[in-house]
Design a protein around this ligand. Structure first.
Ligand SMILES: *Cc1c(COP(=O)(O)O)cnc(C)c1O
Length: 297
């Protein structure tokens, strides 16, 4: 059975950081698992365990047509012996995009919901109806996979950081990973968490993240300044930064999440946000393979 590995931490040696006296490390969680990338693996880990302990045979989840989470669940189900059902927002478009085509290859059953219906997905009425349609025996993973067990898994990345970490940084979609960093840093007793939002107008995430964090206390912040136009939107500056970063450091960033985080981090360094001598650990949360990026604009 494919298993997760202890991922390396690499220093990003870059004159733009040296000039500011800031040290940046990257925790290479993109290498954590051969087919369930990055933070999606961490967030699924305890959920898969719970599904198994409850004797569930099926994982059911929700997402948009390009969801890394849906992709990860399809892979995890295939590898760990669960059937999978993906409820996809919007209409079916054929041919399927690479994310959904791969999900189907993994055996995932797709169901499409109109945007209006999709909004109801959290309601009891919707879930009851779903049970009558697909049966009772599923383990429900929320959109983006964020729940308490996901936060527990995401927190573990902090325990693996063996370099100085004044700030630990991640990209934010639902905020589950950031909440995990806060919980992990509270346990470590040192360091602050910083999320970089991948979507526009993500201020609404702050109370949700606080709710996920609960009593754990470590300082944290969410930057709203580097979404580059919105979720899955890109700018020439972002794409240029990603290409240049790969050339300099031989690390591939994805344009939806990790590219925006690193662009933000470098810009914040340039703006003098961090004092000299600070040490920052950026989590490479993985992301979709390059073949899935085409068509972003
Ligand atoms: C899903 C994803 C995120 C966002 O994680 P959340 O816990 O939803 O905030 C960040 N980076 C990558 C690469 C992702 O695939």
């Amino acid at each position: 059975m494919a298993a997760a590995v202890l991922t390396p931490i690499e220093e990003i040696v870059d004159e733009r950081l040296e000039r500011r006296g800031v040290t940046v490390y990257m925790k290479r969680d993109d290498l954590i698992h051969p087919s369930v990338p990055g933070n999606k693996w961490r967030k699924l880990k305890y959920n898969l365990e719970a599904a198994r302990n409850e004797g569930r045979k099926t994982l059911l989840t929700f997402g948009g047509a390009f969801s890394n989470h849906v992709y990860a669940v399809a892979n995890a189900g295939h590898i760990y012996g669960f059937q999978t059902i993906g409820i996809i927002r919007g209409e079916e478009h054929l041919p399927l995009n690479p994310v959904l085509a791969h999900a189907v290859e993994c055996g995932m059953q797709l169901r499409y919901e109109s945007r209006e219906r999709y909004r109801e997905k959290g309601s009891d009425a919707y879930i009851t109806e779903l049970r009558s349609l697909v049966g009772d025996d599923f383990y429900l993973l929320p959109e983006g996979g964020t729940n308490e067990l996901a936060v527990k898994g995401a927190a573990e990345v902090v325990d693996e950081i063996d370099v100085p970490a004044d700030v630990v940084c991640c990209a934010c979609g639902t905020g589950g990973t950031l909440a995990g960093l806060v919980v992990g840093l509270a346990r470590r007793g040192q360091g602050a968490a910083l999320g970089v939002a991948a979507l526009k107008g993500a201020g609404f995430l702050r109370p949700e993240i606080q709710g996920l964090v609960g009593e754990a206390s470590a300082p944290w912040d969410l930057s709203l300044d580097f979404h580059c136009g919105g979720f899955a939107k890109v700018t020439p500056e972002l794409l240029g930064f990603i290409a240049d970063f790969e050339e300099r450091h031989e690390i591939v960033l994805d344009p939806i999440y990790t590219g925006k985080m690193m662009l933000g981090l470098f810009k914040m360094a340039e703006q003098g946000r961090w004092s000299e001598g600070m040490s920052i650990v950026a989590i490479h949360t993985g992301g979709a393979p390059r073949s899935h990026w085409s068509g972003l604009s």
